[in-house]
Design a protein. Structure first.
Length: 308
């Protein structure tokens, strides 16, 4: 049987908002296609709306303040299209598309206030004492708050993570777009090795509001070695614990994931069950930030690196 855990990363109001903005993104895509015949300004405006819709859809908690701008911009474009139709400069189908987009954005705006009220009732992203964090509150925290936690937090002792699987959520909007935001990360102490090792498990991408589910098949991939970050010159965040995918010999030599390194700290001092991490991708000597991850202890396991 598959094991599940509830993941209330989105309130019902935010789910409704995300659905409305998702429909708006489809309308914006069609509008952008139509705008190609109306010059670079119209095309740039339509593409700007599309990008804004995708950003809001990808992270409705963190980008909630963009919703009014999205609605107002749609209203302005609809008004401009109406005036242009009266002047004979825009054809009726394009104006119709603009009105459809305006209607969709209005639907999103109707969800804005209740979504905002629900969001601020359940989270406190401005907490300056490093305690009292939960998985859900971290999922709604702004990047600046997460950066402060990473910079001021302490990494867990690697051995404290052994034999646990963590549900992991990648907060970068692109992770949502490519359906790779949810994953499961496990830690194990393999016989005959000095370092703690770890793996990733294929996880169902059924939506943020749905439970974590790895299914019955355990497809492990993305192996790493967990060590204090200040060893071997890895001092990007010296107080963190590094998950170095390049150090694991279990990954194929050409696997892209070998370029990844994640620095983890404890969200709440002394508690290794809730972690915040910053992900970097390495290209030679250059490290490129790739967003933040949050991890919460989920279940114990007994896989020791041997066998399937």
């Amino acid at each position: 049987m598959s094991e599940e855990v509830t993941s209330p990363l989105l309130t019902p109001q935010l789910v409704a908002l995300r659905r409305a903005v998702g429909i708006g993104a489809v309308a914006d895509l069609v509008l952008a296609a139509a705008a190609t015949t109306h010059g670079p300004v119209a095309l740039a405006a339509a593409l700007g709306l599309l990008v804004m819709a995708l950003v809001i859809w990808g992270g409705p908690r963190r980008y909630l303040p963009l919703v009014p701008w999205y609605g107002w911009t749609h209203a302005a474009i609809g008004a401009f299209a109406a005036l242009d139709v009266l002047a004979g400069g825009t054809d009726l189908p394009t104006w119709t598309l603009a009105l459809i987009g305006g209607a969709v954005s209005t639907a999103a705006l109707r969800q804005y206030r209740p979504a905002g009220r629900a969001l601020w009732r359940e989270r406190d992203v401005e907490v300056q004492t490093w305690g009292g964090w939960t998985f859900e509150r971290l999922a709604g925290a702004r990047p600046g708050v997460l950066q402060s936690i990473v910079e001021r937090g302490l990494g867990p002792v690697p051995r404290d993570l052994a034999w646990w699987e963590y549900r992991c959520f990648h907060l970068h909007p692109l992770a949502r777009l490519v359906r790779a935001a949810k994953s499961t990360v496990g830690f194990f102490d393999a016989a005959g090795t000095a370092d703690l090792e770890g793996f990733r498990l294929a996880t169902s991408q059924t939506g943020e509001e749905q439970p974590w589910d790895t299914g019955e098949r355990k497809e492990r991939y993305g192996f790493f070695v967990a060590t204090p970050a200040d060893v071997q010159g890895r001092n990007r965040i010296p107080t963190a614990t590094a998950l170095d995918y390049q150090e694991s010999r279990r990954n194929p030599s050409g696997d892209w994931i070998r370029r990844r390194i994640t620095y983890l700290v404890m969200a709440n001092t002394g508690d290794p069950t809730l972690l915040v991490g910053k992900v970097f991708l390495r290209a030679g000597r250059i490290t490129i930030p790739a967003g933040y991850v949050i991890l919460e202890a989920w279940r114990e396991h007994r896989w020791d690196g041997a066998g399937p």
